[in-house]
Every structure is written in C-alpha cells, then in structure tokens.
Design a protein around this ligand. Structure first.
Ligand SMILES: C[S@@+](CC[C@H](N)C(=O)[O-])C[C@H]1O[C@@H](n2cnc3c(N)ncnc32)[C@H](O)[C@@H]1O
Length: 330
C-alpha cells in the first residue's frame, strides 16, 4: 500500500540501528506506537520479539490485526473466491463515491463500487451470523481494504479523485490473499491515541513514527475508514469527507508539545524516533528534549519523499533521522 510516511524502504536501516543499540532482540518487547500500514511491526515479528502495534485510525487497526494476529497457516482462498464471485449490489460506497450514485464523485468505477458494497455487506453478515470469528472478520476486511487501494481512481490518497477513470481503476476489483505474519509469538494490537496509551504501557523498545507534516491521515484515507466502519453518514463537500480525527502531530502549534509529553511519559528503555528533515518539528528541538531524558544520539539516511503518483515534484530527497534515546529512569 502506497502510504504517506511508510517506512517500508527504511526497514534494513531501522533493523541495523535497532540491533546495534539493543543487542540480541530475541524475547524483547517492541512497541510500534504509530504503526500505519504495520510494515515495521511485521518485519520485527520475525526477530522473535513480542510486538505491539497501535494506530488511531480504524483502517490501520484492522490491517495490523489481520497481519499480526492471523495464523500464517490458514487458507482462506475459498472464502475469497465466494466473495469475488458475488453479484454487484449498490450500497453506500456506490451512493457516495461513484458517478452512478448521483453525488458526482468518481473515486471508483460504478461496477467496482457496487462490488465493494456487496463484499463489505457479506463480510458483515457472515460475522453477525457467526459464520466467521473476529480474527477472520478482520482478515477479510483488511483484504478488502488493501485490494481497494489498487483500483481506486486517485493519485494514491483520497483527498481528491481523478476526473476520468485511470487504467487501474477500470480493472475489476479482486480480493487477493494477504501474506500474513509467520511468527508464533502472540502480538497485541491497539486503536488508541498514542499520548493516552503511553501512560498504560512499558517495555524494552519503543518505536515512534508520528506524522511529521500537515497531512491528516483521517482526511487523506477517509474512504478506507468508511469501508471499515460501513455506517451511513453525510459525506461533506466535493470530496465526500467524513468527520475525521485531527492529530496534534500534524498541527504546527501542537506537534512539539505532544512529542515532548510523549517522550517524558514513556516507560521504555530504548526509544527510537523516526522523523524527517522536512518535518514540522526542528531536528535541534528534538535533540534538546531527548538529551534531558537520557543517553542520546542520532543517525540518518537519505530517503525518497512521499509523492502522490501523478506529482511533478522534482526535489524528491529528504533526510530521515532516527533519534535514539536510552532512558535511564522512568
Ligand atoms: C508516519 S505514519 C506511520 C507509518 C508507518 N510506520 C508505516 O511504515 O506504515 C503515522 C501514523 O500515525 C497515526 N497517528 C496520527 N496521530 C496519532 C495519534 N495521536 N495516536 C496514534 N496514532 C496516530 C496515523 O494514523 C499514521 O498511520
């Protein structure tokens, strides 16, 4: 999934730095407090760590739940085939987000919108009628959410749709099985505000990857939450926004204070914070706060900036800092 701030390409760098700071990782706890797509959490599952993943957005919770809590040996191909074979039926995605719905939004072809509707309704029915359990429910929802991102008529985020259907948006929606985590350790998933949750948790390694710019995830991925919740509401304006959570980390006046409070409250021995040179909070400010809390150093790596797929931006490189803090006392 093409996601703002995804660390997928930085995983080898993160692993190297985390291993060299913490030594043997086997049996340690790893908390990914702003997990997003869960790509970092997943990659650390295979190191024998007890992983916990949290994100305030519901679509992210579903994705993380599916990847980290499903037994990799399960075979759900038959269920996917049944869902893929369903006959299109209009519902709220068609009504709100396809031209045929009459609200002039072109996020999906009419056929795909109706397909999303019938699949989403069937998953709910299976769950309500106890044909599937909670784990399978999240797995099927996550599969639907990921598949939808491939046929959306957008430049990868949902803050706008394209005027005419692009090639990939004309392809029929098809659910494909997720490659879930193969670790046998039990992992924990949360759907909470990081600054509240931090008061109730403790452990060895805390990985922080908060938003670093003004883009609110709830606004940019609102349709994924609509598919996840699937409850009627009144979509707003041209883009059909739903009410969304506004993160303090994406507000200039609140980002620094939120991060400072979070770091102070954290009861973890090793804290790793990913932050971009392009971010709202200045590198020196982060350094100053961390130096007061324990032993501190930073490393960095050049990284390709997130751009919408049709962006013409040329300056694509940013420096991705990894701030490393070993906290002495909590
Ligand atoms: C930079 S992204 C994380 C990307 C992730 N590491 C990945 O590789 O996919 C930041 C994430 O923080 C989440 N977020 C924003 N504010 C939050 C808050 N107050 N508490 C918890 N999560 C929050 C967003 O929903 C978003 O998924």
């Amino acid at each position: 999934m093409h996601y703002i701030g995804s660390k997928e390409k930085l995983i080898p760098f993160l692993k190297k730095e985390i291993r060299s700071s913490c030594g043997d990782l086997e049996g340690k706890t790893f908390f990914d407090l702003f997990a997003g797509t869960g790509t970092v959490s997943r990659s650390f599952c295979n190191e024998g760590l007890h992983v916990s993943a949290n994100d305030i957005e519901y679509y992210s919770y579903i994705i993380n739940h599916a990847y980290l809590k499903t037994d990799s040996l399960i075979d759900y191909q038959q269920q996917l085939e049944s869902l893929n074979a369903l006959k299109e039926e209009a519902g709220l995605i068609h009504e709100y987000y396809a031209l045929g719905g009459g609200e002039e939004r072109n996020y999906f072809s009419n056929e795909n919108a109706k397909k999303i509707d019938i699949i989403r309704k069937t998953i709910e029915l299976w769950y309500q009628n106890k044909i599937i359990n909670k784990e399978r429910y999240y797995l099927l929802l996550a599969t639907l959410i990921e598949s939808v991102t491939y046929i959306s008529n957008t430049a990868s985020i949902y803050s706008a749709f394209l005027k005419t259907l692009k090639k990939t948006a004309q392809l029929p929606l098809e659910l494909k099985a997720l490659h879930v985590n193969s670790s046998r350790v039990k992992h924990n998933i949360y759907n909470k505000d990081a600054n509240s949750l931090i008061k109730d948790i403790s452990g060895d390694i805390l990985y922080l990857d908060p938003p670093y710019n003004l883009r609110q995830y709830g606004a940019n991925y609102h349709i994924l939450n609509t598919i996840a919740h699937y409850k009627p509401f009144k979509p707003k304006g041209k883009t059909g926004l739903r009410d969304y959570y506004s993160s303090p980390y994406s507000r200039k006046k609140d980002a620094y204070k939120s991060l400072k409070n979070l770091l102070k409250s954290a009861k973890f021995s090793h804290i790793f914070l990913s932050y971009s040179s392009d971010g709202i909070i200045d590198n020196e400010e982060i350094k100053k706060v961390m130096l007061k809390l324990g032993e501190y150093h930073q490393v960095s790596q050049e990284h390709k900036k997130f751009n919408c797929k049709n962006s013409k931006t040329k300056n694509n490189k940013v420096v991705e800092y990894l701030h490393i803090l070993h906290k002495n006392t909590f």
